[in-house]
Design a protein around this ligand. Structure first.
Ligand SMILES: [Fe+2]
Ligand SMILES: [Fe+2]
Length: 135
């Protein structure tokens, strides 16, 4: 059970970081790309808030204490949208890795399994999206 809670907290840390990173890039993207990338970064930010919420409540349900601090992996400031997209790709790859490690720790008959699987699939979708965007 502790291993599961630890891994859930790991996922929560990465979601908390993703919220900050996407908010930062959404505010800082410049030029014509701002028209498309600000809404996209905002969508990713909102999705990360939702994922964090599901994971946090799941941790409480399991009797654990959710973390309140983000992953310490640096959020690099840039105004170059290609760099932003590469950092977004890095973040989505990390998220899908963490959820892939988390799933086998959960009983498949548990409701939590379905929620985490949904999050995992949305991370994979984001990975593909960012891959296409970085070209
Ligand atoms: Fe997420
Ligand atoms: Fe994501």
């Amino acid at each position: 059970m502790n291993k599961l809670i630890d891994k859930m907290n790991d996922a929560l840390r990465w979601e908390l970081r993703a919220i900050n990173m996407y908010a930062h890039y959404s505010a800082n993207v410049k030029g014509i790309h701002r028209l498309q990338l600000t809404p996209m970064f905002n969508t990713e930010m909102t999705e990360s808030i939702e994922h964090a919420d599901i994971v946090r409540k799941g941790i409480v349900q399991l009797g654990g204490i959710p973390v309140t601090e983000r992953s310490t992996h640096p959020i690099t400031h840039t105004t170059d949208y290609v760099e932003m997209l590469n950092y977004a790709l890095e973040t989505e790859l990390k998220a899908s890795e963490v959820y892939a490690e988390l799933l086998p720790l959960i009983d498949q008959t548990d409701d939590l399994y379905d929620s985490i699987e949904q999050i995992y699939l949305s991370e994979l979708k984001s990975v593909e999206e960012m891959r296409l965007l970085v070209g």
